[in-house]
Design a protein around this ligand. Sequence first.
Ligand code: URA
Length: 211
Amino acid sequence: MMDQHLTVVKHPLIQHKLTIMREKDTSTAVFRQLLREISQLLAYEVTYELPMTTRRIETPLEEMDAPVLAGRKLALVSILRAGNGLLDGMLELIPSARVGFIGLYRDEQTLKPVQYYFKVPELLSERMVIVVDPMLATGNSSAAAIDMLKERGARHLRFLCLLAAPEGVARMQEAHPDVPIVTAAVDERLNEKGYILPGLGDAGDRMYGTK
Ligand code: URA
């Protein structure tokens, strides 16, 4: 599925790995490793429109104008703590990316985001900024994080997640229609606690073995 705002990456390798991640008996180590692998496959999609230029180089045979990335290094911004599971794999692929962190926790009563940490690279207005968080659930945290980044000047944003709920996609579409979302799946709905169904549970807990 692909429209201007939402890209669901249906690649068989991603879908197979995601199924293993969803299973409740998958170990922490396997879950983390699969998230790393999927993040690299999704990174390929989310960076598809990075601006390019050419550089004059010499091969052993002759000179050529060869394609290279243009402009400032892109910025990856992880929404703590689960975002770090996507971040690690992406950094292996794009080691020169600049990295920011936004700490938001979800108030269990209101389901609204509360900020506890914010540290991002300079010159956001001149970079592509990719916000990473595995679970786009209510969309409240993601929309709030993007508000904060826009306040710091970010203009060219993308949002990368592993799983999305229709409610989260709708919330993002309403709040930030200019920010394309890339995900591996859009699930059925949220439950009354704001968890994605069928989902995979709490991504942070599954990644770090905290439950
Ligand atoms: N965050 C998670 O980790 N899982 C969900 O299902 C929703 C939000």
